[in-house]
Design a protein around this ligand. Structure first.
Ligand SMILES: Cc1noc(C)c1CN(C)Cc1cc2n(n1)CCN(c1cc(N)ncn1)C2
Length: 402
């Protein structure tokens, strides 16, 4: 039971508070709450002043401002981006990307390093059925241009802008965006692909006079882990995971091997191959993983060894390579990477009928003799979870079975 004194004091205080509706205080502090961290951008301020007075921003100021603008404080960003087949045969895979204020469907390509997009700089006849980047003149990189050619003879060219690019919720605030002024027939006739997002090494970016960073290079320092993982699927939507490894997307162990990036690609070596259940044949197979290439292109001796086990298979040069009866059951194909067999199910090696309704099908494995190096494209990748990892100083690839 509180003493009399205590009780009286308590009553007095209560009545005092009740009688004074607003407490009068002569000193107080306001707790500051840290808002979203805004990095100061000195060169950005200088560039803004040049623009304010109608002056061209000197290149070295703009480049410094762009680099600073891409410095993201958070270092724990992750995101997962869908990879949707472009047609019934997984000819390519398309992913939604927001550039400026428009969302376009880009082909994420680990075999090239340019982020280029159909744009308002093109003739309107080339833009039918496409989403495209409406260029913002205030974001142009004066004096910059680009021109790219791909292994299949396709290509595009145009001008360069620095704009906001968002992939899987990961934003680069000032990414080099290569706006097309012209594209080759393969692209103008393909109404699904609005451009490419290169994920090879920035050393092979085609922008002149200064090669630009890929989207991954721009954002990698903000990612929880400096890596991305490719999870393409057979006749189904897969993902590109940025900044994290999703253990629900593969089974068994991840096998890591060193990458040779000297040519700008994700190059690696396999030490053998096997066809069906046959024992592995030792063979040094140097090649690249490449999401922008549809098929597997491998030494002619290995392609020949594979199709020698396919009933009715032959080289038909009028079709451009190995074909076989669509009804044929195909053997699995494996390459040995880091001592572990990485297997492609035979079913995945039937790419498509040579023409609509034909009973002759085109092989998913073709010879690389005319290319000069081996390419493990979508036919290989769609049974794998492949981690493209630059977090350990030197780049490496991790392979796991889906
Ligand atoms: C591809 C493809 N295949 O059937 C369709 C449809 C397409 C898409 N369509 C024809 C247009 C096209 C052409 C190319 N692409 N997309 C992707 C970039 N290309 C590459 C990338 C790279 N790393 N290596 C070699 N070429 C050539």
């Amino acid at each position: 039971m509180p003493s009399f004194t205590y009780l009286t004091a308590a009553l007095a205080l209560t009545s005092a508070v009740a009688a004074t509706p607003v407490q009068k205080r002569d000193a107080f502090s306001v707790q500051q709450v840290q808002h979203k961290i805004h990095l100061k951008n000195g060169p950005g301020q200088v560039a803004k002043t040049f623009r304010k007075y109608g002056k061209v921003v000197p290149e070295h100021i703009q480049s410094a401002a762009d680099a600073r603008a891409n410095t993201v404080t958070a270092a724990a960003v992750t995101g997962s981006e869908p990879a949707n087949p472009s047609d019934d045969y997984d000819s390519s895979y398309l992913s939604p990307v927001t550039i400026g204020t428009t969302t376009v469907n880009l082909d994420f390509d680990t075999g090239s390093a340019d982020l280029w997009v159909f744009s308002s700089l093109q003739a309107s006849s080339q833009l039918v059925s496409h989403d495209y980047y409406k260029v913002d003149a205030s974001k142009v990189k004066n004096g910059y241009s680009w021109k790219i050619s791909y292994g299949d003879g396709s290509g595009a060219s145009g001008k360069v802008y620095a704009d906001k690019v968002t992939v899987a919720g990961v934003t680069a605030t000032s990414q080099a965006v290569e706006a097309a002024t012209s594209v080759s027939a393969q692209f103008s006739q393909d109404q699904d692909t609005d451009g490419l997002l290169g994920l090879a090494f920035s050393t092979i970016n085609t922008v002149s006079p200064t090669p630009q960073k890929t989207f991954f290079d721009t954002v990698k320092s903000s990612l929880a882990k400096q890596l991305f993982a490719v999870n393409l699927k057979y006749h189904a939507a897969g993902t590109y995971d940025f900044g994290f490894i999703d253990s629900t997307k593969y089974t068994g162990a991840i096998t890591y091997v060193d990458v040779d990036s000297s040519q700008g690609f994700w190059g690696f070596s396999a030490t053998g191959y096997s066809v069906g259940s046959a024992a592995a044949v030792k063979s040094n197979i140097a090649g690249i993983v490449d999401t922008g290439t549809t098929l597997i292109y491998i030494d002619s001796a290995i392609a020949k060894a594979y199709y020698s086990k396919v009933t009715g298979a032959k080289v038909d040069n009028t079709q451009g390579g190995y074909v076989f009866p669509c009804s044929t059951t195909l053997p699995n194909f494996s390459i040995t990477v880091g001592g572990v067999a990485q297997t492609v199910p035979g079913k995945f090696i039937n790419y498509a009928p040579i023409s609509s309704g034909s009973s002759t099908c085109f092989g998913g494995i073709q010879t690389s003799d005319d290319i000069g190096f081996n390419i493990f494209g979508d036919i290989f990748l769609k049974s794998k979870y492949v981690i493209h990892d630059v977090s350990t100083g030197s780049p490496r690839l991790g392979f796991a079975q889906q």
